[in-house]
Ligand binder design. Structure first.
Ligand SMILES: Cc1ncc(C[n+]2csc(CCOP(=O)(O)OP(=O)(O)O)c2C)c(N)n1
Ligand code: SF4
Ligand SMILES: [Mg+2]
Length: 346
């Protein structure tokens, strides 16, 4: 893909225009929340000036998992088997730790068939952005209830969800993800700020985005419809993001605004809303998620962050050069070394 900028067009800090961050034309339904998320991904990667050739897009199976085809057309991509994207992401990052990984999954892909893989990804804190486009149903297979469907909510045909919902944010916080956030596909400002901050974080970013399915789950009995989410969105704070390459000094009142330094030197400013919320307090994060869910509300914004936590690749103590770039003689023990091992076992 040619990513050279057209003269006269607005370019980002690495000289690329927005077109270099777009993908193919969407084939999802008009009005699907997933399309709005793809648009914010394009904006965030353009705004942060990430080189598309360094990015790997990953996904599983579902309408949500189709969406990487609609952004970052010049990046690497891997559309994995249903629920198995975390293993592929782990392998890709182990092979080339210089990549920027963004995974897009669905509430079915993550919360049902992929829950085992999800759990281990969260506890490993692999450096990647993991987005769940959460519509409370299996959109691609015509709208069956997914494990994030709220207890008591209904399908269009009246079938009631009679099991408790899995809260993927609570699970991620509890298991060790170092950046956990929830947003809504219809909240452009909050979602963009979270995506930009996600690109500045080193570790697993789990971003649960409520993303209504207009075709199968946008009716009155649903708690993942546009109108329900709009009416029950409880932002934890108002988020402003200042990237490391912009020299902006922000006036903020300590006490009402919390400044969160990011791994790359960017800053996140969180203006506290109704409650006194501190996203570095794990216990409080879990408590707030539980309390808001019990009220039938969605706490949105940055739920939990632990900037200094070592990521999985740091724990493995890999050499600086990406493994995929090492010549064979540096990754394969010489014959003499293998012979010595065999002799020692005789
Ligand atoms: C191994 C396997 N089992 C089941 C399916 C059928 N299937 C395809 S997508 C899907 C669920 C998708 O739901 P979700 O991840 O929430 O994505 P959405 O379409 O809602 O965005 C299922 C069960 C499959 N493709 N492969
Ligand atoms: S079926 Fe639902 S989830 Fe799938 S593209 Fe259409 S609106 Fe989106
Ligand atoms: Mg879904």
């Amino acid at each position: 893909m040619n990513i050279a900028a057209t003269p006269g067009k607005k370019v980002n800090r690495i000289g690329l225009e927005t077109a270099a961050y777009r993908g193919g034309k969407t084939t999802l339904c008009a009005g699907c929340g997933h399309n709005a998320i793809s648009e914010r991904i394009v904006e965030a990667f353009f705004g942060m000036g990430v080189d598309p050739r360094r990015i790997i897009k990953l996904s599983g199976i579902g309408c949500s998992s189709k969406s990487p085809a609609y952004f970052l057309g010049g990046s690497h991509g891997f559309n994995a088997v249903h629920g198995r994207m975390p293993s592929v992401a782990t392998g890709a990052m182990l092979a080339n730790k210089d990549l920027v990984a963004i995974g897009v999954s669905g509430d079915g892909d993550t919360g049902a068939i992929g829950i085992g893989q999800f759990v281990h990804l969260m506890r490993r804190n692999l450096p990647m952005i993991y987005i769940v486009e959460n519509n409370g149903c299996y959109g691609l297979t015509k709208g069956q209830l997914s494990p994030t469907a709220d207890y008591g909510s209904t399908l269009k045909n009246g079938v009631v969800s009679d099991l408790p919902a899995i809260d993927l944010c609570a699970l991620a916080v509890q298991l060790g993800a170092s950046f956990v956030a929830r947003s809504f596909s219809g909240d452009k400002r909050q979602l963009l700020a979270l995506l930009e901050a996600a690109l500045s974080h080193r570790g697993t970013v789990m971003l649960d985005v409520l993303s209504p399915c207009v075709t199968f789950n946008d009716h009155d009995g649903s708690t993942k419809s546009y109108s329900y989410v709009k009416d029950h969105d409880e932002p934890l704070s108002e988020i402003s993001f200042v990237p490391f390459f912009e020299d902006i000094s922000v006036d903020y009142e300590p006490g009402t605004t919390q400044a969160v330094p990011m791994h790359d030197g960017s800053m996140l400013y969180l203006k506290k809303l109704e409650r006194d919320y501190d996203p570095t307090d794990k216990g409080r994060a879990l408590q707030v998620l539980q309390e808001s869910a019990a009220r039938g509300e969605f706490a949105t914004g940055l739920v939990y962050v632990e900037s200094a936590k070592p990521d999985f690749l740091a724990l493995l103590n890999l050499v600086d050069e990406p493994l995929a770039h090492l010549p064979l003689d540096r990754v394969r023990p010489p014959r003499q070394a293998l012979d010595a091992i065999m002799d020692a076992l005789r």
